[in-house]
Ligand binder design. Structure first.
Ligand code: SF4
Ligand code: SF4
Length: 283
């Protein structure tokens, strides 16, 4: 993936009442569901998304990813087309759950900066039925999207045997992604704790926009520990110049602070030398 493109703003297009139905074991959906307000909107409409982006600069790159599969949102395709018309660049990460063949075609020629298909696996980590219809959809998406500038198969386990031949025939490299413990929220994975001052991470300045307009820290904040403000009531600039975000930046310097980033393993991902991760134990 293109590590040079700053993720300007992540958008969680939907938060289903029982969590993302793909229910990958390494994704703390239960925590998210318990913290997201029960009576809040569960997905964006084109209109509600347009309202929230009114004060977001067009220069912000958009990431259609976040806390759940983007195409669970009924308006996902019109939203992506509109955002492109408005002038935003964008990336997409999807399992294809919820998209149609027509939808695949409609967004095929947008100038995506990065496209990730998170692939269902042989182990059953992702609870998605790999039916004949799904296989057809997968094959269609690979054919229609593999010309994108940065097209990636997202594998966390062994690709599902019905999908592997399609992936191999595409000629696209098949990498293996490491699992993320989501800031200590996934049992069974190693956890991390940074001591001392916490170094800056580019996602600190991105935000993850939720269907109710709330803007939280990033796509690792499943517990909604850091909600900076709400784009239905405040402007984007006011939120990032406001007291909550400033207090967060100050807390990064405080060795006693309990900011979420203290438990985030992304320092490893962003370090140039994996044997000497830049975040850990630096004053
Ligand atoms: S990792 Fe992605 S596909 Fe899996 S449950 Fe979480 S949001 Fe859904
Ligand atoms: S350090 Fe981790 S939790 Fe903090 S902003 Fe970056 S990705 Fe999110």
């Amino acid at each position: 993936m293109d590590q040079k493109t700053i993720i300007g703003l992540e958008v969680s297009l939907s938060i289903p009442p029982h969590g993302c139905p793909n229910a990958c074991w390494h994704c703390p959906q239960g925590l998210l569901v318990s913290r997201y307000p029960k009576d809040a909107p569960r997905e964006f409409t084109l209109e509600s998304l347009q309202r929230c982006l009114e004060t977001v600069p067009v220069s912000r790159h958009l990431a259609w990813t976040g806390f759940s599969e983007p195409f669970l949102c009924s308006d996902a395709v019109p939203i992506m087309l509109w955002a492109h018309q408005r002038g935003h660049t964008a990336m997409l990460s999807t399992t294809l759950r919820g998209i149609t063949h027509a939808g695949i075609e409609k967004i095929a020629d947008l100038p995506w900066k990065c496209t990730v298909i998170h692939v269902p696996d042989a182990e059953g980590w992702m609870k998605i039925p790999v039916t004949d219809d799904y296989v057809n959809l997968f094959e269609h998406a690979v054919k229609a999207w593999k010309h994108h500038a940065d097209f990636v198969f997202g594998n966390y386990a062994t690709p599902h045997p019905k999908l592997l031949p399609i992936m191999e025939a595409s000629g696209v490299p098949i990498p293996h992604f490491g699992l993320h413990d989501r800031c200590g929220m996934v049992e069974g994975l190693p956890h991390y704790r940074h001591t001392g001052r916490i170094h800056l991470c580019y996602k600190m300045f991105c935000g993850n926009l939720l269907p109710n307009g709330d803007l939280c820290l990033c796509c690792d904040d499943y517990g909604l520990q850091h909600v900076w403000g709400n784009l239905n009531r405040e402007s984007y600039t006011d939120i990032y110049r406001g007291p909550k975000f400033r207090a967060f930046l100050d807390a990064l310097k405080d060795p006693e602070s309990t900011v979420l980033c203290r438990t985030c393993m992304d320092g490893y991902k962003q370090g140039f030398d994996p044997d000497h991760p830049p975040y850990l134990d630096q004053p």
